[in-house]
Each structure stands twice: as C-alpha cells, then as structure tokens.
Write a protein that binds this ligand. Structure first.
Ligand code: GTP
Ligand code: ZN
Length: 231
C-alpha cells in the first residue's frame, strides 16, 4: 500500500503531511484520525517521534549532548505513544465488564470526582479535572472502575473538552445498553491558565445528557444534587 510505504520511508524524516492527510475516517467517535493511523506499530511511532522531537530541541538551541537532555526525545516519544496519547489506539480501549443487575437496583448510580488528565489539541498542554457520571441500569451494571477507565481512555488523546464529554457519554450508552446516561466534566486548561490569557481561576464545565437525563429535569437535578453532597 502506497501510503504505508510513504509512512515507513518517512523514518528518513521527510514526512509529507499533505500527502498523508487525504484519508479521513470517523473512527472512535469523531477524533479526526487518518485511515492509516494504526498501520505503523508503536515502535516505529516512537522512533519517528523521537527523531522529530530531537529536531525541535535542536532548533530551540538546546545542547543534546547534555546528560539531562539527551534522553528527552526518547522519553517524550514513549510518553506520547504509551501514556498520554495511548487512547488514540482502539487496542487500548478498556473492556466494559458488565454484571447482571440481580439486585434490581432501580435508581441512578453516580460516580463522581473521577480524576482525568488530557491534552488540549490546539496547544498540546494539559487539561485536567474531574468527571462526574450517572446512569440508570437497563438490566446490567458496570464494574465501577470501568467507568474511570472509559474516562481515562478518551482523555488520553489530544482533545477539546466538548468532544471528550460526548465520547465518554456515547461510550457509556453503548457499553451499558442504556440511553440513560449523564456526564459532567469540570476542568482546568493549562493553555488558558499558564500562557495566552493566563487566567488561572476559571474552569470549564461541559455536560452530556441522554435518555431520562435529557427528558426529565427532575432526574437531571437529582444528579446535580448528588454532586453537591459532602464526602
Ligand atoms: N472550545 C474549546 N476551546 C478550547 C479548548 N481547549 C482550548 N481551547 C481554545 O482553543 C483556542 C485556540 O485559539 P487560537 O486563537 O487559534 O489560539 P491562540 O492564538 O493560542 O489563542 P490564545 O489561547 O487566546 O492565546 C483558544 O481560545 C483556546 O482557549 C476546548 O477544550 N474547547
Ligand atoms: Zn489549548
């Protein structure tokens, strides 16, 4: 396949972004990924990122023979592929372990204050905050930690908060087989606080409501009330 050859040859560093940009696939709820995004394995991705990051550091004038700096391109490459952007790759998607709702639990379940770390796709600096999730069982209940894992999986992508919110909401609807899902994210954007406008007191709140949470004010208010409960 020609594109793959282009990618592999680009280990020589002549990445032609225009040429690679034709094939868009709406993959994993709309993160704009190319169709060939996973034809390269992680090893090659890390090799290429290391090489490019070395060039960025060089251009900035940094001395890459310095013993504190020389490992940085490799560290950054590993951190991008294996950690902070590992949620781009569907192979890292967590399995949503479900149990039968034998206990006949009929009310909403709320998991609040789920910590997440993401990165703004415009500046590649951190977004971090709390996610609050609610759902009403449609016959199955999900292992609690899987909710955290779903939040973290979608957070580990270059993101905007709106998309992250919708991706988490849609994934929970799908995994749980219910429309009755609510998600709120409350986050700090380092691109707003540490640079640019430098506002470190604002936070950004986004929400996703479907099913009864969309239709019934009462359910939505109940969810919001639980978020105010002291711990
Ligand atoms: N809607 C939305 N915007 C975001 C998010 N994260 C960062 N942004 C904004 O994306 C915008 C990018 O705008 P640009 O004007 O191209 O970037 P910039 O010149 O660096 O802008 P400033 O941040 O204002 O200095 C900024 O206003 C950011 O605050 C997000 O999750 N959602
Ligand atoms: Zn930003």
């Amino acid at each position: 396949m020609k594109q793959k050859e282009t990618l592999l040859n680009s280990a020589g560093i002549d990445l032609n972004i225009e040429e690679l940009g034709d094939e868009h696939v709406a993959f994993s709820h709309d993160t704009p990924l190319r169709g060939d995004a996973f034809e390269m394995d992680d090893e090659l991705k890390m090799e290429l990122i290391e090489k490019h990051f070395k060039e960025i550091m060089y251009v900035l004038g940094l001395d890459l023979t310095d013993d504190s700096l020389k490992g940085t391109p490799k560290r950054v490459a590993k951190m991008f592929v294996k950690e902070v952007f590992s949620g781009l790759d569907p192979k890292n998607k967590p399995e949503a372990k479900l149990f039968e709702n034998k206990f006949r639990y009929k009310e909403m379940l709320v998991e609040k204050d789920i910590t997440f770390y993401s990165h703004c796709e415009h500046h590649f600096v951190p977004i971090f905050g709390k996610a609050h999730v609610a759902y009403v069982s449609n016959g199955h209940v999900i292992g609690l930690s899987k909710i955290n894992r779903i939040v973290q999986y979608f957070a580990k992508r270059p993101q905007v908060q709106e998309r992250l919110t919708v991706q988490i909401g849609n994934e929970l609807r799908e995994a749980l087989g219910t429309e009755d899902v609510a998600v709120i994210l409350d986050a700090d954007h380092m691109c707003v606080s540490s640079r640019g406008v430098k506002d470190n007191s604002s936070s950004t709140v986004t929400s996703f409501y479907s099913g009864i949470f969309e239709k019934e004010d009462q359910k939505r208010n109940e969810f919001l009330k639980y978020l105010e409960l002291p711990r």
